[in-house]
Design a binder for this molecule. Structure first.
Ligand code: M6R
Length: 607
């Protein structure tokens, strides 16, 4: 989603704004722009497309200003043209915005009734006009912004600059994230700490409803009620070096390769290998006393939740409801007071997941968040954080965050089962030792990279690709299909292997690739039968199995990818690697924008 930045500096800011925007590229965008106050006058440079195009435009301008705002836009209202790109101007006001103003049509109509003619199709320009109208009524910049915010419905984070105010930026958030960076005689605003990392590690995160007034040497914060308030100063771990791809061609490739290490880091936080026990942070309730668990998340994180349902139900014998957060928030699910809900999110800012969290809290649930960004809104609003240690994930396609989420959820399922007495200490030892083997097995799975690349090239020209899995490997089929479609744009669907005969088998035709995820577990023979059914109808089978499965059933397939032998318990983590690599290599072969696929945003901060 959109990224926003603002700098009140001591040196020229134009290139620094672009540097900060570059660090927000991972969020996904389709146009970009900056505005500065040059000799007291608002000036802007905007361009459709990527930052390279903005840089080309900037090369023709000499901007010396030490105050400015910048934006990467993921279009919501209006196509991604230069005209619709932010910053937007109205009179003395320049503004950048992340979010959606839901009542903008009504507000636009009221402005038009006064004879104001907006130049763009965006909701954001309307906000600039509303603030400017208040300035025209004699209000101060702070009062003008506060009064305008009262009129807005929807989600937003804004950074606002004013002509004639060389030492002032105002930021505000409701729904979308915003952080203040503290420098030496400088102040910054950004959608996240990663954007601000080249300038400072001292950060204040705004709470929902907050408004902040910045000068180069001061910060004044107001809460939702307009009362002056303070928020803690934190030292962020986001590093100025983090956006480096190293020797990899894409962030996604780097992040796939990091999985043995980051899964290992995550395990180290939750598993004590000296005593083979799971150690969770203190929870605000007794796991043994629960009678059901609610899990909500979006996209890949939702698939991690689906895997968790299998683990928790099988090990701890407790029902688990898993919902896509965008549906859950409107389902009005009855939840028993004192119950337990888990939300899962890499970014910790996904609007639907955050809304689901708030719904759960309003229904008296204790909420734990499996989250990768500890400073995020979801982390801050949850009762307990079950943090993943994936490190910053820049590629839009989630890879290492997924396997780290699974790692935490596996540990949680074991702890839950122990608390409820459905497994004994010996079984806990066995499961913890099984997990201990994961980093080594992940390395072995990654060693299949060049073979998987060849397989990917063979299927990359298909129009449709199906993924099949059974039981706990069904979510891996869904995740494999999601990975493929989001970065290669090949149509792909994941199905429960047993469900195929109930309709989807009609899609099978000569040469349609079908990726079958089949570790040698208790359901292996049934999955193989389903594989034979589609093979008999001309499908090109890509079998992803373990060494024994490959030995017994890998001869008559189109291609077979062998994953190291492992306990079925950890198969969802291990088998994530081949499906990620298959999608990655197909996308590279097809020449798509792997790290920033079209239309996608890393962090979906609007509904
Ligand atoms: O940041 P979150 O984990 O809450 O994001 C959820 C989804 O938007 C995300 O997993 C998305 O599906 C990815 N693009 C998948 O690769």
């Amino acid at each position: 989603m959109c990224g926003i930045v603002g700098i009140l500096g001591r040196e020229p800011v134009a290139m620094r704004l672009v540097e900060a925007l570059r660090r927000l590229e991972y969020r996904g965008y389709d146009s970009a722009g900056i505005a500065v106050l040059e000799d007291g006058t608002l000036k802007r440079v905007r361009a459709p497309g990527k930052l390279g195009q903005l840089m080309a435009c900037l090369a023709e301008r000499e901007l010396k200003s030490t105050i400015g705002i910048g934006h990467t836009r993921w279009a919501t209202h209006g196509v991604p043209t230069e005209n619709n790109a932010h910053p937007h101007f109205a009179g003395r006001v320049a503004i950048v915005h992340n979010g959606i103003i839901e009542n903008f049509k009504t507000l636009r109509a009221s402005l038009e009734a006064e004879g104001i003619r907006p130049e763009t199709d965006t909701d954001t320009e309307i906000v600039a006009h509303l603030i400017n109208r208040r300035l025209g009524q004699g209000l101060s910049p702070l009062d003008a912004v506060q009064k305008t915010l009262e009129e807005l419905e929807g989600a937003f984070a804004f950074v606002i600059m004013f002509e004639g105010e060389d030492d002032l930026l105002i930021g505000a958030r409701r729904g979308s994230p915003l952080a203040v960076g503290h420098g030496e005689g400088e102040m910054y605003l950004g959608s996240d700490a990663i954007a601000l990392a080249p300038f400072t590690s001292r950060v204040t995160y705004l709470e929902d409803g907050d408004l902040v007034v910045l000068t180069r040497n001061s910060l004044t914060l107001y809460d939702e009620q307009g009362r002056q308030t303070v928020r803690p100063l934190q030292f962020t771990q986001a590093s100025a070096l983090l956006v480096d791809k190293g020797n990899y061609r894409h962030f996604m490739a780097k992040e796939i390769a990091e999985q043995p290490a980051v899964v290992g880091h995550t395990m180290a936080e939750y598993l004590d290998f000296n005593v083979n026990r799971v150690t969770l942070p203190e929870l605000p309730l007794d796991l043994a006393g629960l009678d059901r668990i609610t899990i909500t998340a979006c996209g890949t994180a939702y698939y991690a939740g689906m895997v968790a349902k299998y683990w928790i139900e099988q090990l701890a014998r407790i029902p688990v409801d898993v919902d896509v957060a965008s549906e859950f928030r409107y389902r009005e699910a009855p939840l028993k007071k004192g119950g337990f809900a888990l939300v899962i999110s890499q970014s910790g800012e996904t609007a639907d997941t955050l809304a689901a969290l708030r719904y759960c809290k309003s229904m008296g649930q204790h909420v734990a968040a499996v989250v990768n960004v500890p400073e995020s809104t979801i982390a801050r609003e949850s009762d307990v954080i079950l943090r993943t240690y994936a490190g910053p994930e820049i590629g839009v396609a989630s890879t290492k965050a997924f396997t780290c989420q699974l790692t935490v959820l596996a540990a949680f399922a074991i702890a839950m089962a122990r608390a409820r007495g459905t497994i004994d200490g010996d079984e806990e030892t066995r499961l913890v030792q099984t997990m201990n083997r994961l980093p080594r097995l992940l390395v072995q799975a990654l060693s299949q990279d060049s073979h998987i690349e060849e397989v990917a090239k063979k299927i990359a020209h298909a129009r449709d690709i199906l993924y099949l899995g059974r039981g706990i490997n069904y979510p891996t089929a869904l995740e494999g299909a999601l990975k493929l479609k989001e970065i290669s744009y090949i149509h792909a669907e994941g199905y429960a292997a047993g469900e195929l005969k109930h309709g989807p088998i009609a899609l099978i035709d000569e040469g349609v690739p079908v990726v079958v995820i089949a570790p040698r577990d208790g359901l292996f023979d049934k999955t193989v039968s389903n594989m034979e059914e589609v093979a008999a109808r001309g499908a090109h089978i890509v079998l992803i199995t373990d060494e024994e499965g490959a030995r017994d059933h890998g001869q008559n397939t189109f291609e077979t990818i062998a994953v190291p032998m492992s306990d079925p318990f950890i198969a969802p983590i291990l088998y994530a690697i081949p499906v990620q690599l298959l999608a990655y290599h197909a996308a590279v072969f097809l020449g798509t924008d792997v790290d920033q696929p079209r239309n996608l945003a890393k962090s979906v901060t609007v509904e």
